[in-house]
Design a protein around this ligand. Sequence first.
Ligand code: F6P
Length: 361
Amino acid sequence: MSDSVVKTVGILTSGGDAPGLNAAIRGLCEAGINKYGMKFIGIQNGYKGFENGQCFDIEKKDLENLLVRGGTFLGSTREKPFKNQDIIEKTGLNAVDSIKKYYKKWNLDALVVLGGNGSNTTAGLLSDAGLNVIGLPKTIDNDIVHTDYTFGFQTAVGIATDAIEKIQTTAFSHSRVMVVEVMGHKVGWIGLCSGIAGGADVILLPEIPYDIKSIAKKIRKNHDEGKNYSIVVVSEGALNKEEAKLDKKGLKKARAEMGCSIGSRVAKEIEEATGLETRVTVLGHLQRGGSPNAYDRYMASLFGAAASDYLAKGEFGKILVWQNHKITAIPLVDVAGQVKKVSADESLVKAARGIGISFGD
Ligand code: F6P
């Protein structure tokens, strides 16, 4: 058994669930127990559960088949304790002081947070408040800065790609334009990767505002070249050039008044601009469902096992990231409040344009 500066470690999952969360927890616990004799406390339902003292001892039997199980066996919420002004009934304290109370009550030496941007921003604030915290980068959006990879992303891309590929046959059969809406409310990584992999003709991303005339031109070009159907992949955060001029508040208001999904709106705009029958499919939470693919299983396992080593060394206040084909750790503050967007000069965007894919711009 190797030396470790920590003995008892709390684990929580926070924000949107993602395939690979359970694999990461399994990697962390198996490595922590086998190499360092650590004890793990599962904190249920993210920061909300932490505030309310919801936890259980993780036993070896709890780790069986976790590798392949989707979602998170700990449960998750989108709770933001530093924004929650309520007094927690169970403790009579505010959210952050309740978390500190349970951190002490459970004799935690450290906390591992598996989360996206918001959850790791909170992890950084808890670190500043004196807790020993390590973050792991989880999100299907792949939008955490300074890491080449977040677990959950590849499985989501695979699900979306499979759906986009399937929709081609009915598009051909009915000479239709098929719109497929994918997740990614601020960034377009899922749309970009699944659009290319699924054979889309048009990909609309939040980062590249579109003009319906440009989309219609591409669809008509398909017809002129003898292709009787078109596939349009739309990120749920996609917007047109007029919307791109709005401020955050204005865009939020415009979206609230839209009364339908962006995919449905784009489908209607296409039908009006081209006169072609157009249908829409919104993939939604399917992209977060099911068992992680092989890549996410081994990447999540790697992140989890590596976290046990950083815990043992007492390297806190950091998030583990994937850079230059290896795991390293950077300060949590370096990812706080930032989002990794698709840039217009991204190599994948250039390759897609070369292949003839339109971004509607
Ligand atoms: O952050 C991951 C994500 O799946 C986004 O792609 C999506 O917009 C959002 O979560 C959906 O949130 P919720 O699960 O709370 O509806």
